[in-house]
Design a protein around this ligand. Structure first.
Ligand code: 6LW
Length: 514
């Protein structure tokens, strides 16, 4: 069959995968968004359904101090003796911890903290023992992939952490995972940084604590030498064996907005490549060590058809699955219904980046494709004696990089406008005065450009365009992707603005390249 990468488009970085009871489960990083750690299920590795999040309670996920380079980093999911474990790092509070559940569709435990340095933690189980590893510094001050035994019930270290591998020579050794396959321990990790030099490397040993011997052909997977190719930044992967015994790797990569424009806006996404073990015990991955947008495989039957990204409306999406808050939500500012949302201003602006749990009133879904039509009917409210309340749609990357199309309440009627916030440059333009307080706000997303327009009182208004690249990770310097947010901001408001008939649909499939 043929499938397309990414298999999960949009900001879902640092994928980790496990197989349990004939199904596959996958988790990703979520940074400052709540709930945390998106959780997906699949029965064929190609079609993934988000079934929820792992971290759904503020007690599991304190985000007050998180921004788009804070919060939840790279999780690992493992299944062991009937239990699922998800281990990750909250880099803004608490450090490394894991949670567990017996029921993948249910709630997960409170965090069990592991007092061990480093990020990108992983778990490995063997002979009734649990091992914890991360990329950090060991108990002797040596930096690399460090490993210790832990008590899985309490998270307590049972042995000193020791550095077992320092990688294959690239910078930023991260995302280590251990596997035992045919008598060897394989230690796989990423190097090169999560940008254009990203790559997957590995080593093997007969002993769990090494000494590890590097794969002589490292990196085993990278797109760093594919110039003019949309898919870049392949790294941070995890291996899984399918029900027929074949090995696969899920890993992150991103799609540039154009073959020759080195910016990306849709975040780091989940890609899938086959892995093949050879007689000498080494494995190879992808197509000659690269990942392609179009893949062909005989390991998955032709009867498996890759579903396109569905249209998103309020009725077809779920708050807490598709829709996420920035930081821990304050429920009093939201009145959410299946067919419409009501949101009132918390007095915190989208630009806010403080270390308290001050969050703008915002609910967002990911921008998963580059060709989209986005629309919502917005009625802005605000208290009788307070004007300048606004409500609308934001294309939000960070507090410093976001674009809005919105309605602002004036003493008489409202104004429609567009605002671009690019670092220190903030430009509001295309103001249109209307009598009422309702408009249908529209954004046409294309790879290089967003086009803003509105319908109000039977008139159509064009509100101009904005280049996508100023919202890109390369400009913002962060780890997430653009979120399509519905928001209200101004002073703290008693009255809710209303959002109806939301639509986000793919308008054109991407040109693939080969
Ligand atoms: C994550 C690291 C990485 O911890 O980026 O690409 C970091 N890999 O493994 C943040 O997602």
């Amino acid at each position: 069959m043929k499938y397309r990468n990414p298999v999960i488009p949009g900001f879902f970085p640092d994928p980790s995968i496990c197989r349990a009871e004939g199904k596959y489960y996958l988790v990703c990083s979520s940074f400052q968004f709540f709930p945390g750690v998106p959780l997906f299920e699949s029965s064929d590795l190609i079609n993934w359904k988000q079934i929820g999040h792992v971290l759904t309670r503020a007690s599991q996920l304190p985000l007050a101090e998180a921004n788009s380079v804070g919060g939840i980093y790279a999780p690992t999911i493992r299944y062991h003796e009937g239990k699922f474990y998800m281990v990750t790092t909250n880099v803004s509070k608490g450090g490394n911890f894991y949670v567990w559940t017996d029921d993948i569709h249910g709630e997960w435990s409170d965090p069990v903290y592991v007092r061990q340095d480093g990020i990108d933690p992983s778990l490995y189980f063997e002979n009734g023992k649990a091992y914890f590893m991360s990329n950090g510094t060991d108990d002797n001050g040596v930096h690399g992939v460090v490993q210790c035994e832990i008590d899985i019930a309490t998270g307590k270290k049972l042995s000193p952490a020791v550095c077992i591998w320092q990688g294959a020579g690239g910078r930023f050794l991260e995302s280590p995972h251990m596997y035992k396959i045919n008598g060897y321990y394989y230690l796989m990790a990423a190097e090169g940084g999560t940008e254009y030099g990203h790559m997957i490397v590995y080593a093997r040993s007969k002993e769990l604590f090494g000494k590890f011997e590097n794969y002589p052909e490292n990196p085993v997977l990278t797109n760093r030498n594919l110039g003019g190719y949309l898919l870049q930044g392949c790294g941070h992967g995890d291996l899984v064996q399918d029900v027929s015994g074949n090995w696969w790797m899920v890993h992150l990569a991103f799609r540039q907005i154009h073959e020759w424009v080195m910016h990306h806006i849709t975040g780091r996404e989940v890609n899938l490549v086959p892995v093949t073990f050879h007689e000498n015990g080494w494995f190879t991955a992808g197509i000659n060590g690269t990942t392609r947008l179009e893949m062909e495989t005989d390991r998955i039957p032709d009867s498996v058809i890759q579903s396109p990204l569905p249209e998103k409306r309020f009725e077809t999406t779920t708050v807490g699955i598709d829709w996420c808050w920035l930081k821990n939500p304050h429920p009093e500012y939201y009145d959410l219904h299946k067919e419409y949302f009501r949101i009132r201003s918390s007095g915190v602006w989208l630009n806010c980046d403080d270390k308290e749990n001050h969050a703008p009133s915002f609910l967002g879904i990911r921008q998963q494709e580059m060709h989209l039509q986005i629309e919502c009917t917005v009625t802005v409210q605000g208290d009788e004696d307070k004007f300048r309340e606004e409500a609308g749609i934001t294309l939000y990357m960070t507090p410093d990089q976001h674009y809005e199309i919105a309605l602002r309440r004036l003493a008489f009627g409202c104004e429609l406008f567009k605002r671009l916030h690019i670092g220190d440059i903030v430009q509001e333009s295309n103001h249109v005065h209307i009598h009422g307080n309702t408009a249908r706000l529209c954004i046409k997303a294309e790879p290089l450009c967003y086009t803003f327009s509105a319908e109000a009182e039977n008139q159509h208004y064009e509100l101009g365009t904005a280049q996508t690249k100023f919202l890109s990770t390369e400009v913002a310097g962060n780890f997430t992707g653009v979120m399509i947010g519905l928001y209200a901001q101004g002073t703290v408001s008693e009255r809710f603005s209303e959002f109806r008939d939301f639509l986000c649909k793919v308008t054109e499939s991407l040109k693939t390249g080969t």
